[in-house]
Design a binder for this molecule. Structure first.
Ligand code: HEM
Length: 411
């Protein structure tokens, strides 16, 4: 690794990023022989980096904020005015602790129970039919999330909400009309969530004391003031949307087990093997390509001064496929997680560092548990996988198999 951070050979890398998708960073790192480089992206200078050391610089030591962390078209769909991701320092810690509480072990166990219940129901509803697993997963996870969160079924059209929540993720990297449509649909979901929060607060909706909807409705800021209704509404979506996004990992799990059928038998009765499959799915398959931050506390790294306002992009996909960390990163090998040391800055599909103090995803345990449980359910082969295009283009962000993974549900 050179001691000076090299520059990308192109004056502007925006098109290269669009063209190469998930592999943009990987190809540049390889070409430049460096784990970091400088580039111009979307009109701004940024340092793109990857690997364990880069992830620890990015996630540890409060060096970065998420200010202007995403282009505004993405921001409007995935991260919201006043949400936990836009906060820093004590206000962030306080809000984050609310998420950590809502997603602790006992709560994750309730989420898994709700998920199994809804899966069984949807399976029966679709018996004998061929359906895209991605869409089915969105619906199952929406229903599971609603019931787990304590949101009464009569307050919502679950199919409509599933479509809106999925569109926020699916359309996040699109620009122009497709993105605008998703934004309008998002606004509808926000209004729905705001009304719900108001009704829980006014006791027009009875919510269980340890339900997530109650926790958010009763939430306060770090000075004890109640969260404004719009902010609480945004956090309701921040909780529901990513649970539904786990549908991508359900699809990838079936993709992995279909292409490596020996895992069915291993996973069916062994919950630890299922967890290793879930972690390998999260490492191997593409989801969030990168995460970007703005320097708030100056530091130097690789002989360069990083000043407040500088932009840094951590390449999550490249870190999950980094040969310095993973042996044969291009192969799907769940056994690599046997006796894994759990270094927080190596497996980073949901960010690095510490979730309680930094911006690492608070939903990681929930994601692993849902994916592992689904691997076990899928291992009993409740459906077959008909002939179809199983290719996953790394140029399309966020990625999905071409046919959204159609499955033929057994009777
Ligand atoms: C943050 C990925 C599931 C809630 C993040 C971040 C990533 C991520 C990359 C950004 C970290 C950063 O800014 O540095 C994922 C993936 C998921 C997933 C790939 C799988 C589908 C979940 C779930 C929940 C959740 C199930 C909650 C139920 C959040 C929240 C944040 C976040 C609230 C903001 C945290 C903060 O700024 O402190 N996630 N996530 N995510 N995630 Fe997830």
């Amino acid at each position: 690794t050179p001691t000076v951070i090299p520059r990308s050979p192109a004056p502007d890398d925006t098109l290269a990023f669009l063209k190469n998708g998930y592999l943009y960073g990987t190809r540049r790192f390889r070409k430049l022989g460096s784990d970091a480089f400088e580039a111009r992206l979307a009109g701004m200078r940024a340092t793109v980096m990857h690997g364990r050391e880069a992830a620890s610089v990015f996630y540890e030591g409060d060096r970065f904020s998420r200010e202007r962390a995403m282009p505004s078209s993405v921001q409007h769909l995935l991260q919201d005015e006043g949400s936990v991701q836009t906060l820093e320092g004590p206000p962030h810690r306080h809000r984050k602790s609310m998420f950590m509480r809502m997603l602790d072990d006992a709560s994750v166990a309730r989420l898994i129970a709700a998920f199994e219940r809804e899966w069984t129901r949807v399976r029966a509803e679709h018996a004998g039919h061929e359906v895209p697993l991605y869409d089915l997963g969105n619906l199952v996870l929406t229903r599971a999330a609603l019931s787990w969160a304590g949101i009464p079924a009569d307050r919502v059209d679950d199919r409509d909400l599933a479509g809106r929540l999925a569109a926020m993720v699916d359309r996040a990297s699109s620009i122009g009309p497709v993105n605008w449509v998703a934004r309008v649909r998002r606004r509808g979901a926000e209004e729905w969530a705001a009304e719900l929060v108001a009704d829980v607060r006014a006791a027009r909706v009875q919510a269980d004391p340890d339900s997530a909807i109650r926790t958010i409705a009763d939430g306060s800021d770090d000075h004890g003031a109640p969260l404004p209704e719009e902010v609480a509404a945004v956090e309701v979506l921040n909780l529901l949307r990513p649970i539904v996004a786990v549908s991508r990992y359900l699809v990838f799990t079936v993709h992995a087990m279909h292409t490596h059928p020996q895992w069915h038998a291993k996973v069916e009765r062994d919950a630890d093997a299922a967890t290793r499959v879930a972690n390998e799915v999260r490492r191997f398959y593409p989801f969030f390509p990168v995460i970007s931050g703005t320097v708030q506390r100056p530091f130097d790294w690789r002989g360069r001064d990083f000043e407040p306002g500088d932009r840094v992009i951590l390449d999550l996909y490249a870190t999950n496929h980094d040969e310095r960390i993973w042996e044969e990163p291009g192969r799907f090998l769940p056994e690599r997680f046997e006796g894994w040391d759990g270094d927080p800055n190596t497996l980073v599909p949901q960010g690095g560092g510490d979730a309680a103090t930094g911006h690492r995803c608070p939903g990681e345990a929930a994601t692993i548990a849902l994916t592992a449980r689904f691997a076990q359910l899928a291992a009993t082969r409740p459906f077959s996988v008909p002939d179809q295009d199983l290719r996953i283009s790394l140029r399309h962000i966020p990625a999905l198999p071409m046919d959204r993974l159609r499955v033929q549900m057994r009777d």
